[in-house]
Ligand binder design. Structure first.
Ligand code: CAA
Length: 248
């Protein structure tokens, strides 16, 4: 069988890096999508570090909140490596603030980057997957899409929106060997969490029954499981990995 190609958006970030490494270990040819505000050098340094650690990961530039840039990203991957078999929609941002202070920019930035991007990237790979009659779409949502979070009306709305998208598309493509699922991480020890003021962060930690923040590898393992050939009966599902912080 030909080596499958996996694209991880936000691939150079905290959780993204670990997903890239895990999928590399699983035998995929891995492409890390990055934007970094156009800071190509930062991404190249990241790539060099991965290589030094034994991980040969390709890079693909694209601003996932813009259709044209997303399309150019997918086209360049198709030309350089082939069509995407596994798409992990992992890229995202926070603009935390209470609703009374939330500006239209706070709202649109988060909806565009975290939710509209999922439509763009999935739309851009789905026809190739339909033609191949195989594919895996894995959308990284959040515990805060499931339960809501003080200070995250924009983020919670975007992450909750992913569930509807996932379940609708899962139905459309199920007969063609393509699965579409969400993974909902709880609080994972990455820079996104470290941006939360320390006293609030500590209060949040106390509400996690396993008594710690998650590790990126806790999420990468779930992605690996869903991407596997043998996970073909799991579609339209959500897998929470949150240390027991939210059960439903
Ligand atoms: N529940 C209820 N009340 C709360 C509260 C909470 N969780 N947190 C703060 N408050 C209260 C404060 O006690 C304060 O009350 P008083 O006015 O009576 O003193 C009031 O709300 C503060 O309101 P402000 O609008 O002034 O808020 P702020 O500007 O001080 O801070 C915030 C707002 C920046 C959103 C801050 O609360 C915060 O950072 N919260 C954490 C948000 C969070 O969890 N983000 C997750 C980031 S990680 C991630 O997103 C990844 C993932 O998927 C899990």
């Amino acid at each position: 069988m030909e080596q499958r190609i996996a694209l991880v958006t936000g691939g150079t970030g905290g959780i993204g890096t670990e997903i890239c490494r895990q999928l590399h270990d699983d035998g995929y040819r891995v492409v890390a999508g990055y934007y970094s505000g156009g800071d190509h050098r930062k991404a190249e340094e990241w790539q060099a570090q991965q290589k030094a650690d034994g991980y040969d990961i390709e890079l693909a530039f694209g601003n996932i909140r813009e259709w044209d840039s997303s399309e150019a990203c997918i086209n360049s991957i198709r030309e350089r490596f082939g069509t995407v078999d596994v798409l992990v929609n992992n890229g995202g941002i926070t603009r935390d603030t209470t609703l009374r202070k939330m500006s239209p920019e706070h709202w649109h930035d988060v909806i565009a980057t975290n939710l509209t991007s999922v439509f763009y990237m999935t739309r851009l790979v789905i026809n190739d997957m339909l033609e191949k009659r195989w594919g895996r779409i894995i959308n990284i949502s959040s515990i805060n899409g499931e339960k809501g979070q003080f200070g995250q009306a924009n983020y919670s709305a975007a992450k909750a929106g992913m569930y509807g998208f996932t379940k609708a598309v899962a139905q459309e493509v199920a007969s063609r060997g393509i699965t579409v699922n969400t993974v909902s991480p709880g609080y994972i020890a990455t820079s996104m969490i470290m941006d939360v003021p320390e006293e609030i962060r500590e209060e949040i930690r106390k509400t996690i029954p396993v008594g710690r923040f998650g590790e990126p590898s806790d999420i990468a393992r779930v992605v690996s499981f869903l991407a596997d050939e043998k996970a073909g009966f799991i579609t339209g599902a959500n897998i929470s990995a949150n240390g027991g912080q939210y059960m439903h």
